[in-house]
Design a protein around this ligand. Structure first.
Ligand code: ATP
Ligand code: MG
Length: 293
């Protein structure tokens, strides 16, 4: 188990307990829960209740307008569609209606689920959240976003989150602002990474306590099993500040055209066996509307 730091639910608690101001992080509303064992059974073709789940999913999709700018987020990771769109620059760093979808055969979720299923984990319920889309500053198709590496209570490094796209030195103050925010928690925090975006509407003003980066979420530290990606850093060398790909860094995925990636997502199997929703549709819609406020 690589522990709780992977779960957004944990960070929602941390933000509340540590008095992080509500406007300094992206909120999340729980819109449903899915039982991990139920997903595993469904993947094994044993999902007795899948017909019902499919009906709920259809109703949810019909009820949520494609114009509401929120994104689903599993407790443990973003749905793979969101991740693909962002990491391929297919969305140009903007919200896309494709982000509203999630599927049962989500490879990112399944990887974590199989690794993390605790012994006797039949009762592990995984929350699904809706989060309002918050537009980040965009440079060359990718959001301006930073990952901070915190180890033993000390910030060791900050990297631009998207190594696909080099950032100029004009972004250094924002990188240091992320360093500063993450450094305030010190030894109260476990080893982890902290991800921040630079809000689009405030990006031209210098960062300050009144103009902070926006905390998106956090995750495991780099270097442990299933640890965080080193972004622009060479694996194992996540010290200092990296705005661009460093020597020895992992080669980033290629840029893909919007049409190409959207076609790939649309081609996904659309059958009841692979989609699900486990929440009464009304609750989903209420959550979505609330999150979009
Ligand atoms: N509400 C949002 N507003 C703006 N951008 C978002 C939002 N949610 C997700 N994103 C974008 O989508 C990307 C993936 O989302 P998220 O960080 O939740 O996924 P993840 O599974 O935790 O990724 P990683 O494993 O790299 O930490 C983010 O890095 C960010 O660029
Ligand atoms: Mg993460």
């Amino acid at each position: 188990m690589f522990g709780d730091v992977v779960r957004l639910s944990r960070w929602l608690d941390v933000w509340e307990c540590h008095g992080v101001a509500g406007e300094d992080y992206i909120p999340a509303v729980e819109i449903g829960r899915v039982r991990a064992q139920g997903l595993v059974d469904a993947l094994d073709g044993k999902g007795a209740g899948l017909g019902q789940l499919w009906d709920a999913y259809q109703a949810y999709r019909a009820a949520v307008p494609d114009t509401v700018q929120w994104v689903p987020r599993w407790d443990v990771c973003a749905p793979e569609g969101v991740k693909y769109l962002m990491s391929s620059a297919a969305s140009e760093g903007q919200w896309d209606p494709q982000m509203l979808d999630w599927t049962i055969d989500d490879s990112r979720l399944i990887d974590i689920l199989f690794d993390e299923m605790p012994p006797g984990g039949e009762d592990w319920w995984i929350p699904l959240y809706a989060r309002p889309w918050h537009r980040a500053a965009v440079v060359d198709g990718y959001p301006v976003e930073f990952r901070v590496y915190l180890l033993d209570g000390v910030v060791r490094g900050v990297s631009s989150y998207y190594p696909q796209r080099p950032l100029g030195d004009e972004w250094l103050p924002w990188a240091y602002a992320c360093w500063y925010v993450a450094g305030q928690f010190g030894s109260e925090f476990p080893n982890c990474t902290l991800d921040f975006i630079v809000p689009h509407e405030r990006a031209d003003d210098p960062p300050s306590p009144e103009n902070p980066p926006l905390w998106l979420e956090s995750g495991p530290h780099h270097g442990e099993a299933r640890g965080a990606h080193p972004c622009c850093f060479m694996p194992g060398k996540t010290n200092g500040v990296a705005l661009r790909l460093q020597p020895g860094a992992i080669e980033p995925p290629g840029r893909r055209r919007a049409g190409e990636i959207l076609a790939m997502l649309t081609e996904q199997d659309d059958s009841p066996e692979t989609h699900f929703a486990c929440t009464p549709p009304a609750a989903c819609v209420e959550g979505a509307a609330h999150a979009a406020e």
